[in-house]
Design a protein. Structure first.
Length: 156
């Protein structure tokens, strides 16, 4: 993942008004950077930036998608707000027991979600919101595991 982050950071350095953040998972590379000052005078600065940089961003995305076999999503930081231009919504298959399905069905019946899929996404967002520190610690622990694995014996 560091290879992807390093490559993307290098290739998008001139597109933003500062360092971009790059998040990578199995399907997607998400790049979000601060709005350059050139676009701050517009009534819709995110839209102005999006149009002005479209060709450059698409060229980087094509090359990255070929190299890393992942889609590239883009966003810009405008003050405290993040405006995403593109992102993936990836289907996830899961098996749920009746008690778990009943939770989702209650959320649907209560109008919190339109479908079981929306209800499950709502639950995931809620866990991320309320357990953010714990999830961050877990991700850090996983990075440590990856580092230890990388220094271990080679497997063939």
């Amino acid at each position: 993942m560091n290879e992807i982050t390093d490559w993307m950071t290098t290739h998008v350095a001139d597109l933003f008004g500062g360092p971009a953040s790059v998040l990578v998972d199995r399907e997607e590379i998400t790049v979000v950077g601060p709005l350059p000052t050139a676009d701050t005078d517009s009534t819709d600065p995110a839209a102005a930036y999006r149009e002005r940089t479209r060709a450059d961003r698409m060229a980087v995305a094509r090359e990255a998608e070929e190299l890393f076999r992942r889609k590239v999503s883009w966003g810009v930081q405008v003050g405290e707000e993040t405006v995403m231009f593109t992102h993936l919504a990836v289907p996830v298959m899961t098996r749920l027991r009746q008690s778990e399905r009943r939770v989702l069905d209650t959320l649907v019946a209560g109008g919190v979600a339109r479908s079981r899929s929306d209800a499950l996404a709502w639950c995931v967002r809620l866990v991320g919101e309320h357990e953010g520190d714990w999830i961050a610690r877990l991700r850090e622990a996983l990075r440590s595991v990856d580092e230890v694995r990388a220094t271990g014996p080679a497997t063939s």
